[in-house]
Design a protein around this ligand. Structure first.
Ligand SMILES: C[S@@+](CC[C@H](N)C(=O)[O-])C[C@H]1O[C@@H](n2cnc3c(N)ncnc32)[C@H](O)[C@@H]1O
Length: 217
C-alpha cells in the first residue's frame, strides 16, 4: 500500500505532539499536561478486542495509536501485533510496560499512519484510536478507511474505532455504509465508581463499532 502524504496541519500537529513529554502515572498516559488514555478504559478496550477478534483463533492485529497499550493488553492470543505510534516516548513506555512481554511477534511503526506503508490484505482486525488535529477527526477517519483499513484488511476482516457518546455521526455512517459489507455498534458505559479523578473525555458512554469488510474470509 502506497502511503498518502501528510498535510501541513497534520505535520504541525505531530511536531507539537512529539515536542511534549509522555508520562504514565496511576491514572494513565499524559502527553504534555493532557491525559490521552486512562487505565480505567481497560474494560472498554477489552470489549473492543473481544468483538474485533471473535471467531478468529490467532488474529493478525493492527492498532493505530498505541497510547498506553491498554487495548494491546486486552488481546488474547494473536498471530502478530502491529502498532502505529508517532510519539517515540509513548512507544517506549508501551514497549516497557506491555509489548516486551508479548508472546507473538510485535512491530511498531514510529510515524503517523499517514506515512506508513502496510501490506495489502494482511490484517484480520484493525483498531483505530488516534488523536487527530482539532476539526479533522471525521476527514481523517474517512481517509484512513479508504486508504488504509480497506486495502489492509483481509476479506471478512474487521475494523473498530474509539467512539465517545451514544450515536455515530452521519459522516461516519456514510463512510461505514460505503466501504463495509456490514457494521454494528455495541454500547458500553463506564461505571461511575471507575471514573478516574482527572477524567478528560466528554462522557462515560461509548459505542464499540465493528465494521466487517466484504468478500470471502
Ligand atoms: C488515545 S491514545 C491511544 C490509546 C490506545 N488505544 C490504548 O489502548 O492505550 C491516541 C494515540 O494516538 C497517537 N497518534 C496521534 N496521531 C497519530 C497518527 N497520525 N497516527 C498514529 N497515531 C497517532 C497519539 O500519540 C496517542 O498515543
Amino acid at each position: 500500500m502506497r502511503p498518502p502524504a501528510l498535510s501541513d496541519v497534520h505535520r504541525r500537529h505531530i511536531a507539537r505532539l512529539r515536542a511534549q513529554p509522555a508520562t504514565v502515572d496511576a491514572e494513565g498516559l499524559r502527553i504534555g499536561a493532557q491525559y490521552v488514555m486512562f487505565f480505567a478504559e481497560a474494560d472498554l478496550m477489552r470489549e473492543h478486542a473481544l468483538l474485533l477478534t471473535r471467531g478468529c483463533s490467532r488474529p493478525r492485529v493492527l492498532e493505530v495509536g498505541l497510547g498506553l497499550g491498554v487495548f494491546a493488553t486486552q488481546l488474547g492470543r494473536v498471530d502478530s501485533y502491529t502498532a502505529i505510534e508517532p510519539h517515540p516516548g509513548v512507544a517506549l513506555l508501551a514497549h516497557d510496560r506491555v509489548l516486551d512481554h508479548f508472546a507473538a511477534p510485535v512491530r511498531v511503526h514510529a510515524e503517523p499512519w499517514q506515512l506508513v506503508s502496510l501490506p495489502a490484505g494482511a490484517f484480520d482486525a484493525i483498531m483505530y484510536d488516534t488523536w487527530p488535529p482539532d476539526g479533522h477527526a471525521d476527514a481523517d477517519f474517512a481517509q484512513f478507511v479508504a486508504q488504509v483499513a480497506i486495502p489492509c484488511l483481509r476479506p471478512g476482516g474487521r475494523l473498530s474505532f474509539f467512539h465517545s457518546g451514544t450515536s455515530i455521526s452521519p459522516a461516519r455512517r456514510q463512510v461505514l455504509d460505503r466501504h463495509f459489507a456490514e457494521w454494528t455498534t455495541h454500547p458500553y458505559t463506564m461505571p461511575a465508581e471507575q471514573t478516574p479523578p482527572h477524567w478528560t473525555k466528554p462522557t462515560r458512554d461509548f459505542l464499540i463499532p465493528i465494521a466487517t469488510k466484504g468478500g470471502n474470509a
